[in-house]
Design a protein around this ligand. Structure first.
Ligand code: AKG
Length: 342
């Protein structure tokens, strides 16, 4: 069954339905969850303040630093000439205290369980020691699902974020700017849609440029989101967002970005995103870890450094002694669906 077709999704997800706002306002969500769900639908993002207290943020950073120092010989060589560490992919696999920023995030989970119509699962994560300085982009080309847009981006700020250390910027309302003709875009360089690459920088840049141009033509401007330690932001799958320039590169901005989807959803890259008319299996073929009653996708390759290093580190090659431990059980996706959806 895993990897096959699973027809149990709410299709399209609630946040994509025409009457999403009416449904939210008529729902049995708590008042704060209703407000955050409404913000996501209307603005494309919402900020949940004080999700964890500042002292817990300091504890998480201290665990990161302990882990980093225990493995410094492995990691240090990947720092840039400016001393900047690339972002870690899926660091939560090595540091379960990060996974708990997802599993214990009650309000965020209430909002997303409702919008997905299914229990929310953790797909992947990025740990940033400094701001990302990424140009504005939509995430959907690399978080593509069937049905489409069954995804949210999230950040939990472990340190404050502002103009000096770089913060998130959003093009509020940009999630409502219509989708491009993706198949025409892909046919131009590739001719056929049958063998599109999973990742293609040119297609990525072209798509993001056209989206941002459309937003600019409609008068949308970037808003910088200043955050306090412990605050959390959720963004709509189609919201253009990025990281503002860092004014003072000596400053850190520890933050945990995590990507969520309904439990069991298979997530694809550009070869599926740029071929929206073609059906692809909806259900994941990978295993899941059940942690504190939530599904967390199992990534057998361990953690990795993202751009520009692209280097993976198996968990058994890393020193993880003395870190917070959290019980988890590895199960197939069909078992996770059986247990969490029924
Ligand atoms: O926090 C940031 O600087 C931007 C993060 C971002 O755009 C992303 O991870 O997609």
């Amino acid at each position: 069954m895993d990897g096959g077709s699973y027809t149990g999704w709410v299709n399209p997800p609630i946040h994509l339905q025409d009457n999403a706002m009416e449904q939210i306002l008529r729902s049995t969500l708590s008042e704060p969850a209703m407000r955050h769900a409404a913000n996501i639908v209307a603005l494309g993002y919402t900020v949940i303040p004080n999700v964890v207290p500042p002292e817990h943020c300091r504890k998480v950073i201290a665990e990161f630093q302990k882990f980093y120092l225990q493995n410094a010989a492995t990691f240090d060589q990947h720092r840039s000439n400016r001393g900047i560490l690339p972002r870690f992919t899926n660091l939560h696999m090595a540091l379960p205290i990060l996974t708990q920023l997802f599993t214990q995030n009650k309000l965020l989970l209430e909002v997303q369980d409702y919008l997905f119509g299914r229990p929310t699962s953790l797909y992947t994560s990025l740990y940033y020691e400094r701001g990302s300085e990424q140009p504005p982009h939509r995430d959907t080309p690399v978080f593509c699902t069937r049905p489409e847009y069954n995804y949210f981006g999230n950040t939990l700020y472990l340190e404050g974020a502002g103009d000096d250390n770089g913060c998130l910027e959003v093009l509020a309302g940009g999630h409502l700017v219509g989708e491009l003709d993706r198949e025409a875009m892909a046919r131009a360089p590739y001719g056929s849609l049958d063998a599109l690459p999973q990742l293609d920088d040119h297609m990525w840049n072209e798509y993001q440029k056209r989206v941002v141009d459309r937003c600019t033509e409609r008068g949308l401007r970037a808003t910088a989101l200043h955050m306090n330690p412990g605050d959390c932001v959720i963004w709509h799958p189609q919201l253009p967002h990025g990281g503002t320039p860092i004014r003072d590169t000596s400053l850190t901005r520890h933050s945990f970005v995590f990507h969520t989807a309904p439990v069991g959803a298979r997530v694809y890259h550009q070869h599926v995103f740029f071929h929206p008319s073609k059906p692809f299996p909806e259900m994941a073929e990978w295993d899941q870890q059940i942690v504190e009653g939530r599904a967390v996708v199992h990534h057998p390759q361990g953690i990795a450094f993202g751009h520009p290093s692209h280097k993976a580190f198996g968990l058994d090659t890393l020193n993880r002694s003395g870190l917070t431990e959290v019980a988890s059980e590895k199960v197939s996706t069909s078992e996770a669906l059986k247990r969490l959806v029924g």
